[in-house]
Design a protein around this ligand. Structure first.
Ligand SMILES: NC(=O)c1ccc[n+]([C@@H]2O[C@H](COP(=O)([O-])OP(=O)(O)OC[C@H]3O[C@@H](n4cnc5c(N)ncnc54)[C@H](O)[C@@H]3O)[C@@H](O)[C@H]2O)c1
Length: 296
């Protein structure tokens, strides 16, 4: 039997497809409800996933629905993207703010009063998460992105130092974007502090998504993994830490949250003075950017 009754996903694009395929193979929910911009998209994805369900004998039953039908789900994943052309060379994720904000605001209105967990993937994720939380009034809204940055950080540092990724403990927090903060001073390898080549790490975090998109169109599997890992913690199936966009110190940005039986508590590492300044700068940047999109 699946551990969760129902999970909903909004958005049948690259990320939505990867997330839902991962959910079918994971066997996490009994039912997988799919909504997208059109009913045809949701129905097509449900049919494709039904084929997958049959071939791998998954217990997960996919079906198309409208966003309003998601209220009974334990969790809803938001992976929508409005149609727009991003021409930015830097601060690329911010390029989606104006186009995605009305879509997220409308979703928030429909999800008003929803009591489950909402995971937002839509970029710029720190702004869109806060916007969805404030328009819906939902208490459990988290943005996925800093945990993906953290996974990429651990991979990159392990490769540079010639150690297994599991030996690396460290976080990337702040913005899921150009103001990401690499918590280098608190990073350990095999339990010991290390000299982190921060500029090389920053370069990798900046260029990796673009390389993936240039090769295969969109980043999707990494974000899907980050969503699945977060779902398990938020739904109380695993305990542990995820770096997520959440309210912190009056702002809203990526922080490590320690989940115990589904309940999150922020657990920031010690930051050196330079990292504290970067974290404050990320907070200030996101607060200012949020003011620009909060009203229609
Ligand atoms: N946070 C992260 O770590 C991370 C990683 C990768 C991508 N993303 C973001 O995730 C979002 C989705 O990316 P993608 O590559 O899947 O985009 P995509 O264009 O492939 O798919 C977007 C989907 O959203 C649907 N949609 C549009 N408007 C909608 C509406 N009003 N209601 C319901 N569905 C609607 C579209 O029909 C489409 O199916 C983007 O904002 C992207 O930047 C975030």
């Amino acid at each position: 039997m699946s551990p969760v009754e129902a999970v909903g996903v909004v958005g049948a694009g690259a990320v939505g497809q990867a997330v839902t395929a991962a959910l079918v193979t994971s066997g996490l929910p009994s039912r997988l409800l799919l909504a997208s911009r059109t009913e045809e998209q949701a129905a097509a994805l449900a049919a494709d996933l039904d084929d997958m369900r049959q071939t791998v004998a998954s217990p997960v039953r996919p079906s198309p629905c409208r966003v309003g039908d998601l209220v009974d789900c334990s969790a809803v994943v938001v992976a929508v993207r409005a149609s727009f052309t991003n021409t930015r060379g830097r601060d690329i994720r911010m390029g989606g703010a104006a186009a995605n904000a009305p879509v997220i605001r409308a979703l928030g209105e429909v999800l008003r009063g929803y009591a489950g967990t909402v995971l937002v993937v839509t970029n710029p994720v720190d702004l869109m998460t806060r916007l969805l939380a404030e328009t819906s009034g939902c208490a459990r809204v988290y943005g996925v992105g800093s945990n993906l940055d953290t996974a990429r950080y651990r991979l990159a540092l392990a490769r540079l130092l010639g150690v297994p990724p599991d030996a690396v403990r460290g976080h990337v927090i702040g913005e899921h974007g150009d103001a990401a903060v690499v918590c280098a001073s608190a990073t350990t390898v095999h339990g010991r502090p290390v000299e982190v080549p921060v500029q090389q790490i920053r370069g990798e975090l900046r260029t990796r998504p673009g390389r993936i998109s240039a090769g295969v169109g969109r980043t999707r599997s990494g974000p899907a993994g980050a969503v699945l890992s977060t779902l398990r913690k938020a739904l109380g199936l695993d305990d542990g830490v995820e770096e997520l966009s959440a309210p912190y110190g009056g702002g809203w940005l990526g922080v490590p949250l320690r989940f115990t039986a589904g309940r999150p508590v922020p657990c920031l590492p010690d930051l050196d003075p330079a990292e504290q300044d970067q974290f404050a700068a990320a907070d200030a940047k996101l607060r200012a950017a949020y003011q620009a999109i909060r009203h229609p």
